[in-house]
Design a binder for this molecule. Structure first.
Ligand code: AMP
Length: 219
């Protein structure tokens, strides 16, 4: 099993790199953000409850996201998991540790994707994704080859997230620094933290992550 956490502020590139790891290593991506957006789209009670919280840029409660992850770990069969956007609080980190331990698994690496705040604003404000296959694009740095059509699957369902605006981003960053950044110290102390330069281009970041995983496995 290879279990990895991708840690970093919104716009650091966690989702993009998680998708690479799925393709290249056959791991399963567990993105609590994606799960919550799915719950909203399908109109579940939980989806309705979290909608306003997400659009404001606040974190949803620990019990909701821990419940989502617990369910996936119980049902999904995988060579390993990439946790993308989870954990985001110390309580979630403790809960993940306990869940993995209970199923006889452990974390191989926690990868901090380091980027500066200026870059985040730029990345987030130009971001759009394919609603069908999840490919991530950017107005300036990675537009679709044909306007309005996904390069990967040909879908025309290209979407911008409701929380990818300046005001919500400010709140998401605030939440990140208040509640998520302490996880860096938490995982550093556990000897599991590796840092990569998230400002490099997508291939270079992927290479740094691959190097970390080889090192972590070899350790
Ligand atoms: P993301 O797609 O990871 O940027 O998440 C989008 C939004 O979903 C966040 O701004 C939160 O409102 C919510 N969310 C996603 N993951 C978590 C989590 N682990 N804990 C709390 N809220 C979360």
């Amino acid at each position: 099993m290879t279990n990895i956490i991708l840690l970093g502020p919104p716009g650091a590139g966690k989702g993009t790199q998680a998708r690479r790891l799925v393709e290249e290593r056959g791991l399963v991506q567990l993105s609590t953000g994606d799960m919550l957006r799915e719950a909203r789209t399908s109109g579940t009670e939980m989806g309705k409850k979290v909608a306003a919280v997400m659009d404001r840029g606040d974190l949803v409660t620990d019990d909701i996201v821990i419940g989502l992850i617990e369910e996936k770990l119980k049902t999904a069969r995988a060579k390993g998991f990439i946790f993308d956007g989870f954990p985001r609080t110390l309580a979630q980190a403790d809960a993940l540790g306990a869940l993995l331990k209970r199923s006889g698994q452990e974390l191989d690496a926690v990868i901090e994707m380091r980027v500066d705040d200026e870059a985040l604003v730029d990345r987030i404000s130009g971001r759009y994704t394919c609603g069908n296959c999840g490919e991530v694009y950017h107005d300036r740095t990675k537009p679709t080859a044909k306007p309005g059509v996904c390069d990967v699957c040909g879908s025309t369902d290209l979407r911008r997230r409701a929380d990818d605006n300046a005001e919500s981003l400010k709140q998401r960053l605030m939440e990140y620094y208040k509640k998520t950044s302490p996880l860096m110290g938490y995982y550093y102390a556990a000897g599991e933290l590796f840092t990569v330069d998230g400002l490099a281009d997508i291939d270079a970041v992927a290479k740094s992550i691959a190097d970390v995983l080889d090192r972590a496995k070899g350790a």
